[in-house]
Ligand binder design. Structure first.
Ligand code: SDX
Length: 428
């Protein structure tokens, strides 16, 4: 017998079906509520509202668990590569060697970007924010690959659109970095794997062949794996919402990039480093800044701390913190802001304000320290988050399409003027 919830409104009782997920989570299905009762529910920020059913990523905020397609994030970060995890998220299973080889070769064949795109690119001021450039350039892909506009693509056509996007994202991101330096762009090299090719286009020079450090390749694979998906977060929900209008993949992802830009979301990794630098330049008094974060009259927040879902340690933060120590030691880098980050973390974790609100370090708290150690400028950090998140966005957009989900259109409770008489301009 299926479970249900009874909702009593006045004299009437409404039975609402209860849905149980494969991990045991429970939801009350209110899809028929308004037709039956005339009532809607209200949930600002969707803190208690599920938007969809998904088989891609599971996270348990209370226990600090994160799994992609049933595989624990810890095991994937240790044993897998970003390309393999991208395949897992998009197609549902870990690839065998032959599948991985053809995935890599398909991608290698599509890393070149249409040469006319350089005209868009050259139009940006050299110091314009990389996230604004990325969002515009990814949306403009639909102008160069108009077949992507067909919302009735066959699975093969859709897959080619996916491959082109996943391949060209690395080229576009490296172009943005080169532009910020005033350096010439480096073209893709088909003999390199996905991450090494990205690093070569980013840090390579036309004047010399660089050695790609395997320590950096491994670190970037781990960081990209940790950022690859995170169920229905703000940017992923944006990708699904835009895609639900039958909008093409490139424009849907471009919208997700814009959502990720915000400092409360992906932009936090840039905001964390700016905060740590501010604390360092202010003399490193972490207690002073912890008190500012607690003061309701002060709009300062401890960036990189807190999470809508995790009310325990973000499992990604634990892995990144460990990787931070290892990478900085291997590269022989001593970054003073790392010590400030550790002092902040330990102070906050022992402070009742943070403990009562279950505020722990999230994925953004330490990631920027690694990006900086690897040579990336601060305003590129969120672009790197987007590059890591791309396979997750693609997988979620693809699942939404395959499940033929309806266009997203939430309701509202109106609180404005009820009726007003029009007064001619001359009489106002
Ligand atoms: C990401 O959703 C995802 O999965 C996102 C993400 C992903 O992979 O896609 O994990 C990536 O976006 C991580 C989060 C990065 N953002 C930050 O680090 C910015 C700093 N953190 C926050 O602003 C905040 O914690 C949020 C936005 C992350 C979550 O906010 P919520 O869930 O809306 O919680 P809230 O703002 O209602 O805070 C609850 C309480 C409030 O105090 P009270 O009103 O109860 O007194 O906690 C306080 C807040 O003032 N609080 C903080 C705080 N975060 C929350 N106080 C100080 N510093 C903070 N960082």
């Amino acid at each position: 017998m299926s479970e249900s919830a009874s909702l009593i409104i006045g004299e009437k009782t409404y039975e609402l079906p209860i849905i149980t997920g494969t991990e045991g989570e429970k939801a009350i299905d209110i899809s028929k509520l308004r037709d039956a009762s005339g009532y809607i529910t209200l949930d600002s920020g969707y803190k208690n509202t599920g938007a969809t059913k998904s088989a891609i990523t599971f996270l348990d905020g209370e226990e600090g668990i994160l799994k992609y397609r049933g595989y624990g994030i810890e095991e994937l970060a240790e044993k897998s590569t970003f390309l393999e995890v991208a395949y897992l998220l998009i197609y549902g299973d870990l690839p065998n060697q032959s599948q991985l080889n053809s995935f890599q070769s398909d991608i290698s064949r599509h890393t070149l970007v249409h040469e006319d795109m350089k005209k868009f690119f050259d139009g940006f001021p050299s110091k314009s924010h990389p996230m604004g450039q990325l969002s515009s350039l990814i949306c403009s892909l639909s102008s160069f690959y108009p077949e992507s506009l067909n919302s009735k693509q066959t699975p093969e056509e859709q897959n080619l659109t996916i491959i082109k996007l996943f391949a060209k994202m690395t080229t576009v991101v490296s172009w943005i970095y080169k532009k910020s330096l005033g350096h010439p762009i480096i073209y893709p090299q088909n003999n390199l794997d996905y991450v090494s090719n990205f690093l070569n286009m980013t840090f390579g020079q036309r004047t010399e062949v660089i050695e790609i450090d395997p320590v950096i390749v491994k670190a970037m694979n781990v960081l990209f794996i940790l950022h690859a998906d995170h169920e229905q977060n703000c940017s992923t929900s944006t990708v699904r919402m835009v895609g639900s209008s039958d909008c093409n993949l490139y424009a849907s992802i471009s919208a997700g990039i814009s959502a990720l830009w915000g400092p409360l979301h992906g932009g936090a990794n840039q905001a964390v480093i700016e905060m740590l630098e501010q604390i360092k330049n202010d003399g490193g008094d972490t207690d002073k800044w912890i008190n500012k974060a607690k003061d309701k009259n002060d709009d300062f927040r401890l960036m990189g701390f807190g999470h809508r879902v995790y009310k325990n340690f973000d499992p990604r933060a634990k892995i990144i913190k460990k990787a931070c120590d290892e990478i900085l030691e291997k590269l022989g880098i001593n970054d003073p802001v790392l010590e400030i980050a550790k002092k902040l973390e330990s102070a906050a974790l022992n402070d009742p304000y943070f403990v009562e609100r279950k505020l722990y370090p999230n994925v953004d708290f330490y990631s920027g320290i690694i990006y900086r150690a690897l040579g990336f400028p601060t305003d590129m950090f969120t672009v790197l988050f987007a590059l890591g998140r791309l396979p997750g966005w693609i997988a979620q957009w693809k699942e939404m399409r395959e499940n033929k989900e309806p266009i997203g259109r939430p309701r509202q409770i109106f609180t404005g003027e009820v009726i007003r008489e029009y007064v001619d301009l001359k009489n106002r």
